[in-house]
Design a binder for this molecule. Structure first.
Ligand SMILES: N[C@H](CCC[C@H](N)C(=O)O)C(=O)O
Length: 267
């Protein structure tokens, strides 16, 4: 028997998501094949990930995030902003919220122009990775690798990212990898391209990734707020550095846009 699923499509700086209002909890979160199908750009709707908005007794809502490979992911920053915008569209929240995601509670607020300020979890310091860069966990695991000036545009992010993601350091759990170019002049943004685990490709933007880049950039003299440019658009990250090298009051700030809604037949 085939059924019809009502969905919304959102994107945040080009990182795109199928959003489902699952307050009635009718979606089977263990159905990896269905999630994969809905995210398939040829046979399904097409997205980097899928998000369920569910009720939660202690929060305004719960965000359940899956990568395009059909498996539950860790935190998704762009998806988090989109879920906040979706919650407002549904009338679940107004302009401020407290919600639950895979890595714990988050606060967020939406400006009049639609910009979403999403508070991320506090971040423990960064770990150096010999010859590779640094590692940070911003709700999802991220390698940050600094590139020489003028080399980012031509970099083969798919091949280089894949080699690190499946390399001996990370192959079991994998990681996301952010390739970064420092600003050429003061006032210009840090440029970032990201290979995403779970999508297993370069995406146009990664929110937890640019958060990791901003925090790592603070070791190279960047101060909050840090402006970042991804192939999909610009984001801003604010934070406070603690004396022990950890980071608190971390905010990911940027757009979250509803693109369309529709119905899809599923087996
Ligand atoms: N695109 C997401 C990151 C998803 C993390 C995911 N790729 C994983 O490692 O589970 C973001 O905007 O933060």
């Amino acid at each position: 028997m085939s059924t019809t699923l009502h969905f919304h499509k959102y994107q945040g700086t080009g990182n795109d998501f199928v959003m489902l209002d699952d307050r009635a909890e009718t979606f089977d979160a263990a159905d990896h094949a269905l999630v994969r199908h809905l995210c398939d750009r040829r046979r399904g709707i097409g997205a980097d990930g899928l998000i369920l908005l569910r009720n939660h007794p202690e929060y305004d809502f719960e965000m359940v995030y899956f990568n395009a490979d059909g498996h539950l992911g860790s935190m998704c920053g762009n998806g988090g902003r989109c879920t906040v915008a979706f919650a407002r569209q549904l009338g679940v929240i107004e302009t401020e919220t407290h919600f639950l995601a895979a890595d714990g509670p988050h606060e967020a607020r939406i400006d009049a122009d639609g910009t979403v300020h999403l508070r991320m979890q506090d971040v423990a310091g960064q770990q150096p990775l010999e010859g590779l860069g640094v590692f940070l966990d911003t709700g999802s695991p991220h390698v940050v690798r600094l590139q020489a000036a003028g080399t980012l545009a031509e970099l083969n992010v798919f091949a280089e990212g894949r080699a690190i993601r499946y390399g001996e350091l990370f192959h079991e759990k994998g990681t996301n990898i952010n390739f970064v170019e420092a600003p050429a002049a003061p006032g210009q943004p840090w440029q970032v391209r990201t290979y995403e685990r779970g999508v297993e490709d370069e995406t146009l933007s990664c929110g937890t990734g640019v958060t990791a880049v901003a925090l790592a950039a603070s070791q190279h003299g960047a101060t909050s707020p840090v402006h970042l440019r991804t192939p999909g658009g610009d984001l801003r990250v604010e934070f406070q550095t603690q004396p022990d090298g950890s980071f608190q009051h971390v905010y990911l700030i940027g757009p979250a846009t509803r693109v369309f809604e529709g119905k899809i037949d599923v087996a």
